[in-house]
Design a protein around this ligand. Structure first.
Ligand SMILES: [Fe+2]
Length: 299
């Protein structure tokens, strides 16, 4: 498969109003473990190689503070910085050694919409090990709300080098490796975070992880079901702070030459919203939560 400048989604940084509560939820229930603490921030890892997949920081309200990607070569940090600046984004911090746990080099930018995006190279990774069942092993994707989905989709493709893999009426699916999507853009009327998806080893793990959430008093918000574009299984939850989080698995693996389908193809029969036909309609509280989280600087 051809090499993309952005090689993978790595982690997200969330601002939470009660850090101790958030840490307890994401370790005791969601299935992550503490990789490091530095300053006011706690860094949580999944069972895969990424040094961390979620960082939590005290914040007055629940907000998304950044989304981090890994690039395939250090030179891409410089070319992305130049391209983002030329496209109307801003450079928060040019490529420099990263002082946070995981190290390596990091470039911090704001997209024209106000998304705060970090790009990493040479960051530490945990040794590869067997992947235990029922626990997240890495991030799968972020779904970002868009005020102008065509402009944002163009930014991700032309400036960051992502490839459009499918386009439904409401969403654009963007890939940077074998996964069908690492970023999904939602036509939402405002810019922000729709949800964060964590990759589970398999369908059984999505089910058992969902059972663990229910055991802890967190009912499934939407699902379990199997998506159209990407064909992945899903279970959505709203976390204690209002972030929408997803367990997913079995994401379609694609090769060069994958042919995107458009909105006319991605239409469900009446009454359906997943391939199996078992996911009930998405409740209003989940829809509302999917529109409630903004980037800290995007106000
Ligand atoms: Fe998703």
């Amino acid at each position: 498969m051809r090499e993309f400048p952005v090689a993978a989604i790595r982690s997200v940084l969330l601002g939470v109003p009660d850090l101790a509560h958030a840490e307890a939820f994401y370790t005791g229930t969601w299935g992550l473990t503490v990789a490091a603490r530095q300053g006011v921030t706690v860094y949580l890892r999944a069972t895969g190689q990424d040094y961390h997949v979620l960082a939590l920081q005290p914040h007055p309200t629940a907000e998304i503070l950044s989304v981090s990607f890994r690039v395939s070569a250090q030179q891409h940090l410089y070319s992305i910085a130049a391209s983002v600046a030329a496209a109307g984004g801003t450079i928060i911090a040019p490529s420099a050694p990263n002082s946070e746990p995981g190290g390596g080099m990091v470039l911090k930018v704001t997209s024209p919409e106000g998304y705060i995006l970090h790009f990493h190279h040479g960051d530490a990774q945990h040794p590869s090990a067997s992947i235990p069942a029922n626990l997240p092993y890495r991030l799968s994707h972020v779904n970002l709300n868009c005020k102008d989905i065509e402009a944002t989709s163009s930014f991700f493709q032309k400036i960051l080098g992502f490839e459009l893999t499918d386009r439904s009426k409401a969403m654009a699916f963007l890939s940077c490796n074998q996964d069908h999507h690492a970023v999904v853009l939602a036509d939402s009327g405002l810019d922000g975070l729709n949800h964060v998806a964590f990759m589970m080893p398999d369908l059984e793990s999505v089910m058992r992880g969902s059972g663990r959430m229910i055991d802890h008093g967190h009912s499934i918000g939407w699902g379990v079901g199997r998506h159209g574009p990407g064909d992945n299984v899903f279970a959505y939850f709203v976390d204690p702070f209002g972030f929408v989080i997803e367990y997913t698995a079995e994401v379609m693996q694609i090769a060069d030459g994958y042919q995107p389908h458009g909105p006319d193809y991605w239409v469900w029969p009446p009454g359906r919203s997943d391939h199996w036909g078992i996911a009930p309609p998405k409740p209003a509280y989940v829809k509302d939560a999917q529109l409630a989280i903004r980037f800290a600087s995007a106000k």
